[in-house]
Design a protein around this ligand. Sequence first.
Ligand SMILES: Cc1ncc(COP(=O)(O)O)c(C=O)c1O
Length: 385
Amino acid sequence: YIMTSTNNTVDYNNGLTHGRVLNFGAGPGCLPEEVLLEAQQELLNFQGSGKSIMELSHRGKEYSKVHEDAKSNLRLLLNIPENYDILFLQGGATSLFAGIPINLCNGNNDTIDYLVTGAWSKSAYNEAKMYTKVNAVADMESTKFRTVAEPSDWKRSDNASYFYYCDNETVHGVEMPSQQVYDNVPASIPILCDMSSNFLSRPVDVSKFGLIYAGAQKNAGIAGITIVIIRKDLLQKSKPDTPNVFNFLKKSQQNSLDNTPPTFNIYIMGLVLKWLLKNGGLDEMSRLSQTKSHMLYDFVDNSNGFYTCYIDKKYRSRMNACIRIKDGDEAMEEKFFKAAEKHGITDVKGHRSVGGVRVSLYNAITVRGVEVLLAFMKEFMAQNQ
Ligand SMILES: Cc1ncc(COP(=O)(O)O)c(C=O)c1O
């Protein structure tokens, strides 16, 4: 189905224009071409203002609309209840590793329970130690982050103030069924969640969370803006000595306009949100991500061990598939990256701490793009078995 009927060659071009490639990078990831073209079209003169969006005051009427539309479209897409606020922060998703305990924890009186399922939750756990008490309910590093302990084996503390986890571990390719978390944590304990790399890839029951955050540069836009969705009662926990730019309560009171927000980044996110709404919303993104990831994992599982994914099937990420070739033959993997590049398939190298191949299937990757990748993987396997 990938082969063109006339000359039996693979259409690696995949309908992409402007010399663009199939970018399977983990982040910053690929953006919908429509979004890039729209931004290009209005770059010099934003909606008749005679200025680019980057040259407009963050307090002017044009930018205000961009800001409010981004918030309301995000609320619409994720069905965010009224008792939650949306904040736009700078400093990357990493800033929340400290930002959470410094806002929400009172010195050593509060304990955060961490479910450590990969590099990102591990980093968050390690950084939080500087500000509060932490407890790892399970640390899956001993399994090389290939699976997650059953909730019945989680060692929750008796008096935890919060429960923290990462919904999708970008480096290790582990994705949590969110329900498995909120069904196993008492409702009285707010759940704090890093959704950076699967944000907007499926519907989420926001009401089950105390706080959700995500860096935008995978599914929501470009680097430089971090979205925080927080239950309003938790805003009151923000400690007054938290630096203003990271203080949840002050951000909320000032509508994230207490200082100059990254206006261009919020604008691009706004375009992505409109693109999502136009293309079926999160139900459709969920359906597509299931389809795309099943295509890839099924192919890998049926490759007679040429390709392998070591992650427990229950936790395989729909967003970041980590794959080894010939059980981790690094020379063969290098050959794979080079051959892929020649076919316009890029950024498939795994994180340096894990090695191997990592294919990221964010929203802007089409089913057609995955078909092209699989045709290449099949051809590579046939030539190198
Ligand atoms: C799940 C997750 N959390 C946190 C981060 C850190 O994000 P940032 O680089 O925006 O600080 C990343 C980055 O890739 C990530 O994938």
